[in-house]
Design a protein around this ligand. Structure first.
Ligand code: NCD
Length: 307
C-alpha cells in the first residue's frame, strides 16, 4: 500500500480498485445501528484545513471517528496561522504531537507534497489550490461504479470551470487509470490548453455541451469558482448558464440511464438548474454519503489495515 495520497496519480488501477472495494465494505457499516469499527483505536488523525470546506471536512471527521481514531480538527482561522506561523512550523507541531495521519486542505497547489517531507505520518490531500482532490475522485468513481456497475469503458463528461478545478484534474487521472473515457467540456477560456495531453492523452475536449450529452453515461458538473477568478472568463452568468448550464431540456438529451453528478457546493441556477440537481438522476446527495465510506477506506488502508 502507498503511504501518502497526494495525487490521484499515486494510485495504480489495482490500488484504486482495492480502495473502492474497501469503501464498499465500509458502506455496509453505515447501515448498521452501531456505525463504528475499532480499527484505528489509539491512532491520531489531524484535519488541517487552511481553506473553507463543508462536505470534505465533515466527511473526513466522520470517517476517522467511525474507525475509532482520535481526531484533531485544526482550522487556520483562529489558530497561530493568523499570527503568521508557517506551514512548516505547524507541521513540526503536529509531528511533536504524534499525528499518524494528516489530512490537509490548502490554497497552495503542492502543499501536501511539502508537508509529507516534514511529518512521519501519512499525508492525505483534501484539496490543494487548483491542483488535486484525490479523495473526491475516489468517491466519484465509487458512486459511478455503484450506480452504473462498472468504470471500464464508461463515458464521462466533466463540464464547466475545468481551469480552477482540482476535482476535474483528480477525476481525469483516476478515471482514465480505471479505463473510463473522459471528455472535458466548457468555454475555451476555462479549459487549459493542452490539459488533456498533460493529464492523459485519451482525454477529449469539447466546447459544445449539447453535442456531447447524447453520448455520455455520466455528466459531472463543476462549480464556477468565482473566488479563484481574477479576470472575466465569460460575458455574464446568464450567458454561461445558457451555453454550459445543465437544465431540464439539456438533461433530456442524455441517455436514459445516464447520471448527473456535482461535487458541491453548487451554484443553483448557474451551472446546474435546481430541477436537475434534485432529480432522480442526480447523485449529489449519494456522493456525500459515499464520501465518508471512501475516506474511511483511504484512512484504513494508508494506516496499515488489510483489505
Ligand atoms: C470541491 C472543492 O472544494 O474542491 N468541493 C468539494 O470538495 N466537495 C469543489 C468546489 O469547491 O467547487
Amino acid at each position: 500500500m502507498i503511504k501518502h495520497l497526494r495525487s490521484a496519480a499515486d494510485l495504480d488501477a489495482a490500488t484504486a480498485t482495492l480502495i473502492l472495494d474497501t469503501a464498499g465494505e465500509m458502506a455496509a457499516l453505515a447501515g448498521r445501528e452501531v456505525k463504528k469499527l475499532p480499527t484505528l483505536r489509539g491512532r491520531t488523525v489531524v484535519n488541517l484545513f487552511y481553506e473553507d470546506s463543508t462536505r470534505t471536512r465533515i466527511s473526513f471527521e466522520a470517517a476517522a471517528k467511525r474507525l475509532s481514531a482520535d481526531v484533531i480538527n485544526f482550522s487556520a482561522k483562529g489558530s497561530s496561522v493568523s499570527k503568521g506561523e508557517s506551514l512548516k512550523d505547524t507541521a513540526l507541531t503536529l509531528q511533536a504531537m504524534g499525528a499518524d495521519a494528516v489530512v490537509i486542505r490548502h490554497p497552495a497547489s503542492g502543499a501536501p507534497h511539502r508537508l509529507a517531507a516534514w511529518v512521519d505520518g501519512s499525508v492525505v490531500n483534501a484539496g490543494d489550490g487548483t491542483h488535486e482532490h484525490p479523495t473526491q475522485a475516489l468517491l466519484d468513481a465509487y458512486t459511478m461504479r455503484s450506480r452504473l456497475g462498472r468504470l471500464d469503458g464508461l463515458r464521462v463528461a466533466i463540464v464547466g470551470d475545468v481551469l480552477h478545478s482540482r476535482v476535474a484534474r483528480s477525476n481525469v487521472l483516476l478515471l482514465t487509470t480505471l479505463g473510463a473515457q473522459v471528455t472535458l467540456v466548457g468555454p475555451p477560456t476555462l479549459i487549459p490548453v493542452d490539459i488533456a495531453a498533460a493529464l492523459s492523452p485519451s482525454t477529449k475536449v469539447s466546447y459544445d455541451l449539447d453535442s456531447v450529452l447524447p453520448d455520455m453515461d455520466v455528466v459531472m458538473m463543476l462549480r464556477v469558482q468565482t473566488e479563484r477568478m481574477q479576470d472575466s472568463y465569460f460575458p455574464s452568468a446568464r450567458e454561461y448558464s445558457r451555453r454550459y448550464g445543465l437544465d431540464l431540456a439539456r438533461m433530456r438529451k442524455m441517455p436514459e440511464h445516464a447520471i448527473v453528478m456535482h461535487p458541491g457546493p453548487m451554484n443553483r441556477g448557474m451551472e446546474i438548474a435546481p430541477e436537475v440537481a434534485d432529480s432522480s438522476r442526480s447523485t449529489i446527495v449519494e456522493q456525500v454519503a459515499n464520501g465518508v465510506s471512501a475516506r474511511m477506506a483511504v484512512l484504513y488502508l494508508l494506516l496499515g489495515g488489510k483489505a
